[in-house]
Write a protein that binds this ligand. Sequence first.
Ligand code: MLT
Length: 262
Amino acid sequence: MQHVSLDSFELHYVDQGAGPVLVLVHGFPLDHSMWQGQIDELSKQFRVVAPDLRGFGKSKSNDDVVTMAQFADDIAALLDALKINEPITYCGLSMGGYIGWQFVLRHGDRLAKLIQCDTKAKADTDEARATRLKAADHVLEHGPETLIATMMPKLFAEENCSSQPDIVEATRKVMMNTAPSAIAAAQRGMAERPDVTDELSKINVPALILCGEHDAISPADEMRDIASAMPNATFVQIDGAGHMAPLEDPQAVNAAICDFLS
Ligand code: MLT
Protein backbone atom coordinates (compact mmCIF):
# COMPACT_ATOMS: atom_id res chain seq x y z
CA MET A 1 0.00 0.00 0.00
CA GLN A 2 1.01 3.61 -0.50
CA HIS A 3 0.19 6.54 1.72
CA VAL A 4 -0.28 10.30 1.75
CA SER A 5 -0.16 12.67 4.72
CA LEU A 6 -3.47 14.43 5.23
CA ASP A 7 -4.26 17.00 7.95
CA SER A 8 -3.73 14.87 11.05
CA PHE A 9 -3.02 11.34 9.85
CA GLU A 10 -1.53 9.18 7.09
CA LEU A 11 -4.10 7.80 4.70
CA HIS A 12 -3.06 4.45 3.22
CA TYR A 13 -4.49 3.30 -0.09
CA VAL A 14 -4.13 0.90 -2.98
CA ASP A 15 -3.69 2.53 -6.39
CA GLN A 16 -3.69 -0.11 -9.12
CA GLY A 17 -4.24 -0.12 -12.88
CA ALA A 18 -4.71 2.59 -15.48
CA GLY A 19 -7.70 4.20 -17.14
CA PRO A 20 -10.81 5.95 -15.79
CA VAL A 21 -10.61 6.31 -12.01
CA LEU A 22 -12.76 4.06 -9.81
CA VAL A 23 -12.62 4.77 -6.06
CA LEU A 24 -13.73 1.89 -3.80
CA VAL A 25 -14.79 2.88 -0.28
CA HIS A 26 -15.16 0.15 2.32
CA GLY A 27 -17.83 -0.50 4.94
CA PHE A 28 -17.69 -0.56 8.74
CA PRO A 29 -15.55 -1.68 10.54
CA LEU A 30 -13.45 -2.96 7.66
CA ASP A 31 -10.66 -1.87 5.34
CA HIS A 32 -9.77 -1.83 1.63
CA SER A 33 -9.26 -5.62 1.60
CA MET A 34 -13.02 -6.23 1.32
CA TRP A 35 -12.62 -5.07 -2.30
CA GLN A 36 -9.78 -7.46 -3.22
CA GLY A 37 -11.98 -9.28 -5.75
CA GLN A 38 -12.76 -5.94 -7.41
CA ILE A 39 -9.20 -4.56 -7.21
CA ASP A 40 -7.73 -7.67 -8.89
CA GLU A 41 -10.24 -7.76 -11.74
CA LEU A 42 -11.30 -4.16 -12.34
CA SER A 43 -7.74 -2.80 -12.30
CA LYS A 44 -7.35 -4.49 -15.70
CA GLN A 45 -9.61 -1.77 -17.13
CA PHE A 46 -9.63 1.04 -14.56
CA ARG A 47 -7.33 2.92 -12.24
CA VAL A 48 -8.66 1.53 -8.97
CA VAL A 49 -8.04 3.57 -5.82
CA ALA A 50 -9.06 1.83 -2.58
CA PRO A 51 -8.28 3.66 0.66
CA ASP A 52 -8.28 2.50 4.26
CA LEU A 53 -10.53 5.20 5.73
CA ARG A 54 -9.33 7.42 8.59
CA GLY A 55 -8.74 5.17 11.62
CA PHE A 56 -9.23 1.88 9.73
CA GLY A 57 -6.71 -0.65 8.43
CA LYS A 58 -3.30 0.98 8.13
CA SER A 59 -4.69 4.56 8.31
CA LYS A 60 -4.21 4.98 12.06
CA SER A 61 -5.89 8.02 13.57
CA ASN A 62 -7.28 9.07 16.90
CA ASP A 63 -10.54 10.93 16.45
CA ASP A 64 -13.47 10.90 18.89
CA VAL A 65 -16.04 11.31 16.12
CA VAL A 66 -15.62 11.06 12.35
CA THR A 67 -18.62 12.27 10.37
CA MET A 68 -19.55 10.93 6.95
CA ALA A 69 -18.76 14.41 5.62
CA GLN A 70 -15.23 14.22 7.06
CA PHE A 71 -14.64 10.83 5.44
CA ALA A 72 -15.91 12.26 2.12
CA ASP A 73 -13.56 15.24 2.46
CA ASP A 74 -10.69 12.79 3.09
CA ILE A 75 -11.48 11.06 -0.23
CA ALA A 76 -11.43 14.43 -2.00
CA ALA A 77 -8.11 15.24 -0.28
CA LEU A 78 -6.71 11.90 -1.44
CA LEU A 79 -7.74 12.72 -5.03
CA ASP A 80 -6.02 16.11 -4.67
CA ALA A 81 -2.86 14.44 -3.35
CA LEU A 82 -2.90 12.01 -6.29
CA LYS A 83 -3.55 14.95 -8.68
CA ILE A 84 -6.68 13.23 -9.97
CA ASN A 85 -8.69 16.09 -11.44
CA GLU A 86 -10.86 14.13 -13.86
CA PRO A 87 -14.37 13.17 -12.68
CA ILE A 88 -14.28 9.77 -10.99
CA THR A 89 -16.61 6.87 -10.33
CA TYR A 90 -17.28 6.61 -6.60
CA CYS A 91 -18.24 3.15 -5.35
CA GLY A 92 -19.06 2.63 -1.67
CA LEU A 93 -20.50 -0.17 0.42
CA SER A 94 -22.77 0.47 3.41
CA MET A 95 -20.87 3.07 5.50
CA GLY A 96 -18.91 3.68 2.29
CA GLY A 97 -22.32 4.45 0.76
CA TYR A 98 -23.27 6.89 3.55
CA ILE A 99 -19.96 8.59 2.74
CA GLY A 100 -20.88 8.40 -0.96
CA TRP A 101 -23.99 10.55 -0.43
CA GLN A 102 -21.83 13.15 1.29
CA PHE A 103 -19.29 12.95 -1.53
CA VAL A 104 -22.11 13.71 -3.99
CA LEU A 105 -23.35 16.65 -1.90
CA ARG A 106 -19.94 18.14 -1.09
CA HIS A 107 -17.77 17.19 -4.09
CA GLY A 108 -20.35 16.57 -6.82
CA ASP A 109 -18.18 18.32 -9.41
CA ARG A 110 -15.59 15.53 -9.02
CA LEU A 111 -18.11 12.81 -9.79
CA ALA A 112 -18.79 11.14 -13.16
CA LYS A 113 -20.75 8.13 -11.92
CA LEU A 114 -21.92 6.71 -8.63
CA ILE A 115 -22.13 3.09 -7.43
CA GLN A 116 -23.86 2.51 -4.11
CA CYS A 117 -23.71 -1.04 -2.73
CA ASP A 118 -25.75 -2.38 0.18
CA THR A 119 -26.40 0.97 1.81
CA LYS A 120 -29.19 3.26 3.01
CA ALA A 121 -30.35 6.80 2.37
CA LYS A 122 -32.28 7.07 5.64
CA ALA A 123 -30.75 8.28 8.88
CA ASP A 124 -30.82 6.06 11.97
CA THR A 125 -34.04 5.84 13.95
CA ASP A 126 -33.78 7.21 17.49
CA GLU A 127 -33.51 3.64 18.75
CA ALA A 128 -30.75 2.68 16.28
CA ARG A 129 -28.87 5.89 17.14
CA ALA A 130 -29.02 5.13 20.86
CA THR A 131 -27.83 1.55 20.24
CA ARG A 132 -24.89 2.82 18.18
CA LEU A 133 -23.81 5.32 20.81
CA LYS A 134 -23.99 2.64 23.47
CA ALA A 135 -21.98 0.27 21.26
CA ALA A 136 -19.33 2.98 20.76
CA ASP A 137 -18.83 3.33 24.52
CA HIS A 138 -18.87 -0.44 24.98
CA VAL A 139 -16.15 -1.00 22.36
CA LEU A 140 -13.90 1.57 24.00
CA GLU A 141 -14.32 -0.03 27.39
CA HIS A 142 -14.43 -3.74 26.53
CA GLY A 143 -13.06 -4.16 22.99
CA PRO A 144 -14.84 -5.13 19.77
CA GLU A 145 -15.91 -8.73 20.51
CA THR A 146 -19.56 -7.96 21.36
CA LEU A 147 -20.02 -5.70 18.36
CA ILE A 148 -18.44 -8.30 16.08
CA ALA A 149 -20.63 -11.07 17.51
CA THR A 150 -23.71 -8.90 16.84
CA MET A 151 -22.67 -7.91 13.32
CA MET A 152 -21.27 -11.16 11.92
CA PRO A 153 -24.60 -13.00 11.48
CA LYS A 154 -25.98 -10.03 9.51
CA LEU A 155 -23.10 -9.64 7.05
CA PHE A 156 -23.32 -12.73 4.85
CA ALA A 157 -26.12 -14.73 3.30
CA GLU A 158 -26.64 -17.84 5.44
CA GLU A 159 -25.63 -20.19 2.66
CA ASN A 160 -22.38 -18.30 2.01
CA CYS A 161 -21.42 -18.56 5.69
CA SER A 162 -21.10 -22.33 5.28
CA SER A 163 -19.93 -22.44 1.64
CA GLN A 164 -17.31 -19.64 1.95
CA PRO A 165 -15.89 -19.84 5.50
CA ASP A 166 -12.65 -18.18 4.30
CA ILE A 167 -14.30 -14.82 3.56
CA VAL A 168 -16.22 -14.94 6.84
CA GLU A 169 -13.01 -15.60 8.77
CA ALA A 170 -11.03 -12.94 6.87
CA THR A 171 -13.75 -10.38 7.65
CA ARG A 172 -13.82 -11.29 11.33
CA LYS A 173 -10.02 -10.91 11.45
CA VAL A 174 -10.14 -7.42 9.91
CA MET A 175 -12.80 -6.40 12.44
CA MET A 176 -10.81 -7.81 15.36
CA ASN A 177 -7.75 -5.84 14.21
CA THR A 178 -9.63 -2.55 13.89
CA ALA A 179 -8.76 -0.02 16.58
CA PRO A 180 -11.61 0.39 19.11
CA SER A 181 -11.18 4.17 18.85
CA ALA A 182 -11.85 4.03 15.09
CA ILE A 183 -14.92 1.85 15.62
CA ALA A 184 -16.30 4.27 18.22
CA ALA A 185 -15.52 7.36 16.14
CA ALA A 186 -17.25 5.97 13.05
CA GLN A 187 -20.24 4.73 15.08
CA ARG A 188 -20.71 8.24 16.45
CA GLY A 189 -20.32 9.67 12.96
CA MET A 190 -22.91 7.27 11.53
CA ALA A 191 -25.27 8.07 14.40
CA GLU A 192 -25.31 11.72 13.38
CA ARG A 193 -25.46 11.18 9.63
CA PRO A 194 -28.27 13.09 7.90
CA ASP A 195 -31.21 11.54 6.11
CA VAL A 196 -30.59 12.06 2.38
CA THR A 197 -33.89 10.66 1.07
CA ASP A 198 -34.99 14.12 -0.10
CA GLU A 199 -31.73 14.62 -2.00
CA LEU A 200 -32.08 11.49 -4.14
CA SER A 201 -34.26 13.11 -6.82
CA LYS A 202 -31.54 15.76 -7.36
CA ILE A 203 -28.68 13.32 -7.93
CA ASN A 204 -28.42 13.33 -11.70
CA VAL A 205 -25.20 11.43 -12.31
CA PRO A 206 -25.61 7.93 -13.75
CA ALA A 207 -25.90 5.63 -10.75
CA LEU A 208 -25.78 1.91 -10.13
CA ILE A 209 -27.60 0.79 -7.00
CA LEU A 210 -26.49 -2.69 -6.14
CA CYS A 211 -27.71 -4.96 -3.36
CA GLY A 212 -27.35 -8.56 -2.20
CA GLU A 213 -30.64 -10.44 -2.35
CA HIS A 214 -30.44 -11.42 1.33
CA ASP A 215 -28.94 -8.21 2.74
CA ALA A 216 -30.09 -8.14 6.37
CA ILE A 217 -28.77 -4.61 7.06
CA SER A 218 -29.79 -2.65 3.93
CA PRO A 219 -32.68 -4.66 2.49
CA ALA A 220 -32.95 -4.99 -1.29
CA ASP A 221 -36.46 -3.48 -1.31
CA GLU A 222 -35.18 -0.33 0.36
CA MET A 223 -32.39 -0.05 -2.21
CA ARG A 224 -34.87 -0.60 -5.04
CA ASP A 225 -36.74 2.44 -3.66
CA ILE A 226 -33.52 4.46 -3.61
CA ALA A 227 -32.97 3.67 -7.30
CA SER A 228 -36.59 4.60 -8.14
CA ALA A 229 -36.18 7.96 -6.41
CA MET A 230 -33.08 8.83 -8.46
CA PRO A 231 -33.54 10.15 -12.01
CA ASN A 232 -30.68 8.22 -13.60
CA ALA A 233 -30.22 5.07 -11.54
CA THR A 234 -30.30 1.35 -12.29
CA PHE A 235 -30.94 -1.26 -9.62
CA VAL A 236 -29.12 -4.60 -9.75
CA GLN A 237 -29.75 -7.40 -7.28
CA ILE A 238 -26.93 -9.86 -6.58
CA ASP A 239 -28.75 -13.15 -6.20
CA GLY A 240 -27.72 -15.36 -3.32
CA ALA A 241 -25.56 -12.68 -1.66
CA GLY A 242 -26.01 -10.79 1.59
CA HIS A 243 -24.73 -7.43 2.85
CA MET A 244 -21.16 -8.13 1.71
CA ALA A 245 -22.17 -8.78 -1.91
CA PRO A 246 -18.82 -7.70 -3.47
CA LEU A 247 -17.01 -10.20 -1.25
CA GLU A 248 -19.62 -12.96 -1.52
CA ASP A 249 -20.00 -12.87 -5.30
CA PRO A 250 -17.19 -10.82 -6.84
CA GLN A 251 -17.87 -12.16 -10.35
CA ALA A 252 -21.49 -10.96 -10.38
CA VAL A 253 -20.60 -7.62 -8.80
CA ASN A 254 -17.68 -7.04 -11.18
CA ALA A 255 -19.89 -7.89 -14.16
CA ALA A 256 -22.55 -5.41 -12.98
CA ILE A 257 -19.92 -2.70 -12.48
CA CYS A 258 -18.28 -3.33 -15.87
CA ASP A 259 -21.65 -3.32 -17.57
CA PHE A 260 -22.53 -0.03 -15.90
CA LEU A 261 -19.21 1.64 -16.67
CA SER A 262 -18.87 0.46 -20.28
C1 MLT B 1 -21.49 -1.31 7.28
O1 MLT B 1 -21.48 -2.42 6.74
O2 MLT B 1 -20.74 -0.38 6.88
C2 MLT B 1 -22.38 -1.08 8.47
O3 MLT B 1 -23.28 -2.15 8.58
C3 MLT B 1 -23.10 0.23 8.39
C4 MLT B 1 -23.96 0.48 9.57
O4 MLT B 1 -23.60 0.10 10.70
O5 MLT B 1 -25.02 1.13 9.40
